[in-house]
Write a protein that binds this ligand. Structure first.
Ligand code: HEC
Length: 306
């Protein structure tokens, strides 16, 4: 049953749940298996007793003797290991280790230390040696330092995870996707969900024209992502898509929407909203005459400490 249970757990794909939780029928399978095992055991026992009765007296004796022997040998490995670790002399040999004092009939055995205890003691000595060298001679990291290192490692791991898990994008972290596969996925999503109102070339219908640089709700990847995620103004018809689409899908379709910029649709809808300029954009001709910060050499900063 244990093997069956493990097999089922490992072979059935049940996400992050245990298979037995997701598919309660496994309980039934295991119960069937138990009944089956009991039945097999019962049949085997019956067969055995029938065969036993069929044996001659002599053969019966022989059988019983061999059974006895088998039972005695059962778990002999474990029993021997236990004896070895516990140490101690068997009662018959205690005479060899009894000390020669005798108080009113109370005597003392000079037993050896039990090996299980002794080995643990040796291990602690080795541990202490390593510890001493590492932390007192070579100045190993103290607990606080170890904690800091682990926190730092965890922080890096989280960053790394976020970088790879595109699903975690939100309006603050979303960036324009330029990979072909992302844009293809975005196109797919757009054609399935959006063309009824925006047309497949983005020219607009019920929804506004997405090809011009005029935006009602703001252009740029962050605003477009936000519009798709949260929807447009109440009653205009642009619903929130965040329950429908995954974050990564919204990022893909938002990136795809932005590829319409500058294209000429078949029947463009008149521009709505305002021209949107990216506030983060780097100006093309940076002003080179940035005045250097003037330091007033006469001003003195005074810090009063008590
Ligand atoms: C039921 C019609 C409808 C559907 C479907 C629809 N939209 Fe819209 N969309 C609109 C309307 C109407 C607006 C204008 C909202 C407003 O004025 O607040 C809009 C606005 C937008 C805007 C902002 C345009 C601007 O000028 O600021 C974007 C971007 C957009 N939609 C993308 C999408 C995407 C992507 C989908 C598919 C996932 C989609 N829309 C599906 C009707 C729709």
């Amino acid at each position: 049953m244990v093997i069956a249970f493990l097999l089922l757990e490992f072979t059935i794909d049940s996400g992050d749940q245990m298979a037995i939780e997701k598919y309660p029928i496994i309980w039934g399978v295991l119960a069937m298996l138990l009944l089956f095992a009991i039945a097999v055991e019962m049949i085997a026992e019956t067969l055995k007793s029938i065969l036993y009765r069929g044996l001659s007296e002599e053969a019966q004796q022989k059988y019983l003797a061999s059974e006895e022997k088998r039972k005695a040998q059962q778990f002999s490995g474990i029993k021997n290991l236990y004896k070895k670790l516990a140490g101690g002399k068997p009662i018959e040999q205690e005479g060899e280790i009894v000390l020669d004092h005798n108080y009113d009939g109370i005597r003392e055995l000079d037993n050896k230390l039990p090996p299980w205890w002794l080995y643990m003691f040796y291990i602690t000595i080795v541990f202490a040696g390593i510890y001493l060298v590492r932390y007192h001679i070579f100045d190993g990291n103290k607990q606080a330092k170890e904690f800091e290192i682990e926190m730092e490692e965890a922080r890096i791991a989280v960053e790394e995870y976020k970088k790879n898990a595109k699903d975690l994008v939100d309006v603050n972290t979303v960036e324009l996707l330029t990979e072909k596969s992302d844009l293809a996925a975005g196109k797919q999503i757009f054609e399935t969900n959006c063309i009824a109102c925006h047309k497949s070339d983005g020219g607009g219908g019920i929804g506004p024209n997405l090809t011009d640089e005029y935006w009602i709700l703001g252009g740029g990847i962050k605003n477009v992502f936000n519009t798709i995620s949260e929807g447009g103004r109440d009653g205009k018809g642009m619903v929130s898509w965040k329950t429908e689409l995954k974050p990564v899908e919204m990022a893909q379709v938002a990136s795809y929407v932005l590829t319409f910029q500058g294209t000429t649709p078949a029947e463009p809808k008149a521009a709505e909203g305002e021209i949107w300029a990216d506030p983060d954009a780097v100006p093309e001709t940076p002003n080179e005459e940035v005045p250097e910060t003037v330091v007033d050499s006469t001003s003195v900063e005074v810090t009063v400490s008590n």
